[in-house]
Design a protein around this ligand. Structure first.
Ligand code: UT7
Length: 330
């Protein structure tokens, strides 16, 4: 029996109102607009307010995606929030979103922690659950309030990150070979300490000393992450193209994780594709982790960069280090 296709029925995104520019940052720490732009391509990022949580941003993006799909919260029976910054350790952000959005208590709700690759992991999971026939319509949200886990005194990391959310609604279609046509997921668990939060988990709960040492903030070995990111994203892209008998040139638009313009340019070079085949908004949002791809996808779609029949390639890497790629035929 042929497996049902799973398609994206609507997209939405949300970014907090407050914009923090490179010039603003240069007043807080020893950095400059020139350094940040040339090393990362970032010009500004959005920062959530004190009373604006990950689940609040997720709800805003989800509402926009539901409107775009012409659906209501009552239609949803599966809700996945990809995030590394849930409002609380317990319960899952997905349950808070369910409540705030008014999704049925019969819907399955859970979080997905695969860092910046989380949205692709969540999308793959949702599509598999829908093609099993046991779920009908899913909301897959990537939402992050990274600003509280960033050390604003650490100039090598704080300039890179921002807050925001993106969402898609996924459902089944009888049309064959459309929607999510393939995914490739993986991880290099042996490189976990390249990008991590050393303390505050169950293995080493936060103490006065660990907090004073800033060990509850994100730590990153930038150069090593950069190299592994390029390798992992290039491989994830090549693997999925090969699996589906496609050449890079057949991809209409690549929507990469928006971490650093130089990483995206390196992938373009390896895939021998011009930069105009890549959707880039890292300049306006910085790295929003799991929110980055759905936010970019929504902007790409709403700005007319994606048309019926197009093939898009999503590709990401993140803490873990995880990686993932997905092919979508629209
Ligand atoms: O989703 C995964 C998220 N992580 C990433 O995507 C990170 C991947 N890595 C990167 O994007 C890059 O490695 C960075 C943008 C983080 C850094 O770029 P880099 O070219 O690897 O710079 P670097 O770390 O080698 O630093 C070069 C210099 C150093 O000074 P010295 O030692 O050469 O005197 C740094 O101290 O730049 C200095 N520096 C800064 N200067 C001004 C580091 N951060 C800053 C800053 N402003 N914000």
């Amino acid at each position: 029996m042929a497996t049902q296709s799973t398609v994206i029925l609507g997209t939405g995104s949300f970014a907090p109102e407050r914009v923090l520019t490179n010039a603003d940052l240069s007043k807080l720490i020893d950095t400059s607009d020139e350094w940040i732009r040339t090393r990362s391509g970032i010009r500004e990022r959005h920062i959530a307010g004190d009373h604006e949580s990950t689940s609040d941003m997720a709800v805003r993006a989800a509402k926009a995606a539901l409107d775009d799909a012409g659906l209501t919260p009552a239609d949803i029976d599966l809700l996945i929030v990809a995030t590394i910054t849930p409002d609380l350790v317990l319960p899952a952000a997905a349950c808070l979103v369910q409540d705030k959005l008014g999704v049925s208590t019969h819907a399955a709700c859970f979080d997905m922690n695969a860092a910046c690759s989380g949205f692709i992991y969540g999308l793959d999971t949702a599509c598999a659950m829908i093609s099993s026939g046991r779920y009908r319509k899913a909301l897959v949200i990537g939402a992050e309030k990274l600003s509280p886990i960033v050390d604003w005194k650490e100039r090598t990391t704080c300039v890179l990150f921002g807050d925001g959310a993106g969402a898609v609604v996924v459902g089944a279609s009888d049309e064959p070979n459309i929607g999510l046509i393939g995914t490739k997921l993986g991880a290099y668990g042996d490189s976990a300490e390249l990008l991590w939060i050393p303390k505050g988990g169950s293995d080493s709960p936060a103490t006065t000393e660990s907090i004073a040492a800033g060990e509850h903030f994100m730590k990153m070995k930038g150069k090593e992450v950069f190299k592994l990111a390029v390798r992992a994203m290039d491989e994830a892209a090549r693997d999925i193209l090969e699996q589906h008998g496609l050449s890079a040139d057949q991809i209409d638009l690549v929507i990469p994780h928006q971490a650093n313009l130089r990483i995206i340019e390196a992938i373009a070079k390896y895939l021998e594709l011009p930069m105009d085949r890549f959707f880039v908004n890292v300049d306006r949002y910085g790295n929003t982790s799991a929110a980055s791809i759905p936010l970019a996808l929504d902007e790409a779609k709403k700005s007319g960069r994606i048309k019926p029949g197009d093939i898009s390639l999503l590709v990401a890497f993140g803490a873990g280090l995880t990686y993932g790629s997905a092919l979508i035929r629209w």
